[in-house]
Design a protein around this ligand. Structure first.
Ligand code: GLU
Length: 445
């Protein structure tokens, strides 16, 4: 423990004011003692210390002109964290809360997540404190073009391959790809994923993160008895991840009864009407209260409050980091929750995770449960490399197999290290081991 503690103290000292990054590192370190004991060669080679330091961190100015003709300045980030297993891979987040610490926490998580997929992708993340909400399409376009005008020199299908995350969807990826193509004079489809279906995108990519989180919940439940069928689920968020988690819960025979945004949440005892939710959130970019108003009977909007107060058997946090705290976890456990599958990145606080683990709830951490998105990005890269397009059915089948594989890897690794059923330990150790072995092979670089 002493060596790990010392490394962690050093992380705190060298990265002041980055609580989310500290939290993500601590959560992985909590699992690594078991592997450190069996394999001291990793720490002898400085693997853990090297893993805590990104290979490269890029911070840049993003100037653009708004519709009033006023010059605006945002900050852009790309943290190229680890390329042991492949080109840096991870999304871009456009949200006012984005700062270097947030991008580092996301990039750190991404290393282990991408390793767990079994596909050849390293870990990275980027974004900006730009807020696309309330901006016109023209403003979003000018921002994206300015952002890419700096970032393009760092990207490439063998170097660094961004995708979307919060605030970055098909519209933003379109503007970013168009500008990359124009600057480089290359139709290099494999440089970005999450592209539109007509210009190099993959079927199932949009659905993949949410689908994967629901499939992971189903696998965890099956490992302990019966799957999702006939069970009620609460889902937080109403973006891409939440919408398709709801869809897959329904396809697997469960009922998702909630969705939320920053203004509050809706409960619909009959099951969320996906068409209506998509119309309001994807097409109209509206607020969640409109769902309850338009749906009528059986649906209600709760302003503020916690979506985790609603009694369910399965919880799928699909909004953002630290959205589910100790009190929420305690309430869920009291109400009889059986499984928690994290669709978002680090949505449960450290204390909430302890509550779930102590109560022996099947808890799927984000780096395992939400890996379906980035895994399908890697499938998009495969299609781009072979200039091919796959069918929905084939791509979905690949996604399902990858999620089942991650689930099995987590369970087997937890078992191997004497902690059966502990998905947190299984995900961290299995994700770490592959990256560490590759780093060992490369020597000290
Ligand atoms: N932003 C997603 C994640 O957190 C997807 C990243 C990607 O597809 O590269 O994993």
């Amino acid at each position: 423990m002493a060596a790990l503690q010392q490394t962690f103290d050093e992380v705190l000292r060298r990265n002041p004011g980055e609580p989310e990054f500290h939290q993500a590192v601590r959560e992985v370190f909590d699992s690594l003692q078991v592997i450190q004991d069996r394999h001291p060669e990793y720490s002898d080679a400085g693997i853990i210390t090297r893993l805590c330091e990104p290979e490269r961190q890029i911070i840049f100015r993003v100037p653009w002109v708004d519709d009033q003709g006023t010059v605006q300045v945002n900050r852009g980030f790309r943290v190229e964290y680890n390329s042991a297993l492949g080109p840096y891979k991870g999304g871009l987040r456009f949200h006012p809360s984005v700062n270097l610490g947030i991008v580092k926490f996301l990039g750190f998580e991404q290393i282990f997540k991408n390793s767990l997929t079994g596909l050849p992708i390293g870990g990275g993340k980027g974004g900006s404190d730009f807020d696309p909400h309330g901006k016109s399409d023209d403003e979003v376009m000018r921002f994206c073009q300015s952002f890419m005008t700096e970032l393009y020199r760092h990207l490439g299908e063998y170097t660094d391959v961004p995708a979307g995350d919060i605030g970055v969807g098909a519209r933003e990826i379109g503007f970013l790809f168009g500008q990359y193509k124009r600057l480089t004079n290359r139709y290099e489809a494999g440089v970005l994923t999450g592209k539109g279906l007509d210009w190099g995108g993959s079927l199932v990519r949009k659905e993949a993160t949410g689908y994967g989180a629901a499939i992971f919940a189903d696998e965890m439940l099956k490992a302990r008895g019966a799957g999702l069928e006939g069970k009620k689920a609460s889902v937080s968020g109403s973006g891409n991840v939440a919408i398709y988690a709801i869809e897959k819960v329904h396809q697997l025979g469960g009922t998702a009864i909630t969705a939320s945004d920053s203004s509050g949440y809706v409960v619909d005892e009959n099951g969320i009407d996906l068409e209506l939710l998509r119309q309001i959130k994807e097409v109209e970019r509206g607020r969640i209260h409109e769902y309850a108003e338009r749906r009528g009977e059986g649906a209600r909007f709760v302003e503020g409050g916690s979506v985790w107060d609603v009694p369910v058997e399965i919880a799928l946090p699909c909004a953002t980091q630290n959205e589910l705290d100790e009190d929420a976890a305690t309430t869920l456990v009291k109400n009889g929750v059986l499984a928690v599958s994290e669709g978002a990145n680090m949505p449960s606080t450290h204390e909430a995770v302890q509550v779930f683990r102590e109560a022996d709830i099947a808890f799927g951490p984000g780096k395992a449960a939400n890996a379906g998105g980035v895994a399908t990005s890697a499938l998009e890269m495969q299609q781009n490399a072979s200039r091919d397009t796959w069918t929905f059915e084939y791509t979905e089948e690949r996604l399902t197999q990858i999620m089942r594989g991650i689930h099995t890897t987590c369970l087997e690794t937890a078992e191997e290290f004497g902690r059966p059923g502990d998905y947190v330990l299984g995900a961290n150790v299995a994700g770490f081991r592959k990256v560490a072995d590759a780093m060992m092979a490369f020597g000290v670089i």
